[in-house]
Design a protein around this ligand. Structure first.
Ligand code: PRP
Ligand code: URA
Length: 209
């Protein structure tokens, strides 16, 4: 069963409270989503393997640890997932970025795929799928299905806000994928929006309506 990790750091919760605020405009919203994604990525990658190296400091030899070269693949679900990419690339500038284009049909609530471009060596990478919102879970489940069909194996999911329904859907269909979130909200409303949530993440990031 997937683990659900709520990253409850005060700084993340502070920034998330501003992100949620309906009066926060696109510029600040974008900056904060990237900052929170960066802070969360620090936790998500806590178990990356390291190796021992020796370094000459100006004073003596030191035994240190460096990342053992695990290759990272970052996969935003378009469009709102794009808002989390730069923050994570600030930490992992060599990560490869794959894109999956999905939108949720407002009538059926089913995900509709319109784009997919993923790194060719997917099976060798530690993959982080990013999307600010996990609502019904339909979009994330479709993205995870697609990534696995293309050979992805080691996958983590990073979202800002989740509804219990979305968490359950991922746990039932992809029990090997751990879920990292900043908040687990109450429920979905009749339009399958997360309550209290933050509204439409894509529209708020890009100033569309
Ligand atoms: C949002 C969000 C997720 C999806 C969540 O995207 O970014 O991808 O909805 O809903 P679900 O869990 O019920 O599938 P949206 O479809 O609004 O597209 P956008 O990112 O292009 O705005
Ligand atoms: N997509 C969003 O952007 N927000 C929600 O609350 C649900 C789906």
């Amino acid at each position: 069963m997937s683990r659900v990790v709520v990253i409850d750091h005060p700084l993340i919760q502070h920034k998330l409270s501003i992100i949620r605020d309906k009066d926060t405009g696109p510029k600040e919203f974008r900056e904060l989503v990237n900052e929170v994604a960066m802070l969360m990525a620090y936790e998500v990658t806590r178990d990356l393997p390291t190796e021992e190296v020796e370094v000459e400091t100006p004073v003596a030899r030191a035994r240190c640890r460096r990342l053992a070269g695990e290759k990272i693949g970052l996969i935003p679900i378009l469009r709102a997932g794009l808002g989390m990419v730069q923050g994570i690339l600030n930490l992992y500038p060599t990560a490869r970025v794959g894109h999956i284009g999905l939108y949720r049909d407002p009538g059926t609530l089913q995900p509709v795929e319109y784009y997919c471009k993923l790194p060719s060596d997917l099976s060798e990478r530690e993959l982080i799928v990013v999307d600010p919102m996990l609502a019904t879970g339909g979009s994330v489940v479709a993205a995870l299905d697609l990534i696995k069909r293309r050979g992805g194996v080691k996958i983590k999911l990073l979202c800002l806000i989740a509804a219990p329904e979305g968490v359950k859907a991922v746990q039932e269909t992809h029990p090997d994928v751990d879920i990292y979130i900043a908040a687990l909200d109450e429920r979905l409303n009749e339009h399958a929006y997360i309550v209290p949530g933050l509204g439409d993440a894509g529209d708020r990031l890009f100033g569309t309506k």
